[in-house]
Design a protein around this ligand. Structure first.
Ligand code: SF4
Length: 393
């Protein structure tokens, strides 16, 4: 998980301060509110930690102590039964790697690592780390609903860097594999890099960008990190506004249809606009809720749905009036992720033969995206009929 104490130049904020160095100090001024999703993630991490400790670190922990600690976590208001299954998936994954070595690897769970040599006061807490011979494995459990790529992920690379700074003197580590386990959304992702590449990145990228970020200097830059890394300046960042509103000024073009090239360019340059406007809306809503005045805007009562105040009593009354009770209930299957969370670990093979992954629908992606181009075959093409080409307007 991320850091329990928070560093200015933290691993979880790395994509932000590496790409947009002044964001670190700006966020510091604004402060941050912990969301329910973040609290839920912390709880899931605490369960992961307890399960791994029992299995690898505190092997002498009695079943009664384990149960008591687990039950305490389960009393949390945000606990849900599926959390048990998802945290098991993480523990199984880590175990499968830990047990794959001929000798017991070194393991650290929820350990804080410093990379202060590259980023002032930089530190982070890695969920789990394994060292076996010259290979290090760094694990990160994510409980969100958005898939995260492990490929040269700067957050993971900073955990690895901190671990190399700490253990590099004791273990002859040559290679690092970074694993992201995100059981709610997709299969685990991993990326392996040589330690030499990690250290080169630390010298050439982390060090200069961290120095700028620490001083609050450098250039603001809008990118995926504004939203995916939850920049708290999002709704009030003047740079973002300037960049997005520039597009609006340029859109005052002569009448007529855009060329395909112009359309593609608009999409590239305007890809952050929709997400940014949502952040501005959220910021203005928050300010109004705090009783502040935002000229031109006010809060009104939103739409609400009718509800039955006491469902059991309502059904009782309808049944008394002669209706069949069955009419008022539906039997609906749970989504697959929830089924996996509910069933016992030992019963997962029962479900596996029924899991399929149909091809996804086509989605727009930029040319630089690493995924291959989507190929669709229409019924006409399948039967050898020629398609009529349409020209650009
Ligand atoms: S919203 Fe984006 S551009 Fe603005 S400070 Fe945050 S990361 Fe930088």
């Amino acid at each position: 998980m991320g850091e329990k104490k928070h560093a200015l130049l933290s691993p979880s904020g790395a994509a932000k301060w590496i790409n947009c160095p002044p964001s670190a100090r700006l966020e510091e001024q604004l402060g941050e509110e912990e969301s329910d999703a973040a609290r839920e993630g912390t709880l899931a991490h605490d369960i992961c930690e307890l399960k791994l400790r029992k299995l690898f670190i505190e092997k002498g922990m009695s079943d009664a102590t384990y149960k008591r600690r687990l039950n305490k976590l389960k009393k949390h208001e945000l606990y849900q039964k599926e959390m048990d299954g998802h945290t098991d998936t993480y523990v199984d994954y880590v175990s499968s790697i830990a047990y794959s070595f001929p000798t017991t690897p070194y393991m650290a769970v929820e350990k804080e690592f410093s990379y202060d040599a590259y980023a002032k006061e930089g530190f982070g807490t890695s969920d789990c780390l394994l060292i076996a011979g010259t290979h290090m494995h760094v694990f990160d459990f994510k409980y969100g609903h958005t898939p995260v790529s492990a490929d040269h992920n700067p957050q993971m690379m900073l955990y690895a860097l901190g671990a190399v700074c700490t253990y590099g003197f004791i273990y002859p580590v040559q290679e690092v594999t970074m694993h992201i386990i995100q059981p709610r959304v997709t299969a685990p992702a991993r990326c392996t890099i040589p330690v030499s590449e990690l250290l080169e990145w630390a010298d050439k990228v982390v060090k200069p960008m961290a120095a700028l970020a620490w001083e609050g200097k450098g250039d603001f830059k809008q990118g995926f990190w504004c939203d995916k890394c939850y920049c708290s300046a999002n709704g009030c960042c003047k740079h973002r506004a300037e960049e997005n509103l520039q597009l609006e000024k340029e859109a005052q073009l002569p009448v007529g249809a855009f060329s395909y090239t112009e359309l593609g360019d608009i999409l590239v340059r305007g890809r952050f606009v929709a997400a940014w406007i949502k952040k501005v809306e959220a910021q203005v809503t928050r300010l109004l809720q705090q009783g502040k005045q935002v000229p031109g805007w006010k809060l009104v009562e939103g739409q609400s749905k009718r509800q039955i105040s006491d469902f059991d009593k309502a059904i009782e009354a309808l049944v008394a009036a002669g209706y069949q009770e069955d009419l008022f209930y539906i039997n609906k299957p749970l989504p697959m992720g929830e089924i996996e969370g509910v069933i016992d670990k030992k019963d997962k093979p029962i479900l596996e033969p029924f899991i399929i992954k149909p091809p996804g629908a086509p989605v727009l992606a930029e040319e630089s995206d690493k995924r291959p181009v989507y190929v669709s075959v229409t019924p006409e093409e399948a039967f050898g009929e020629k398609k009529e080409e349409k020209n650009e307007p």
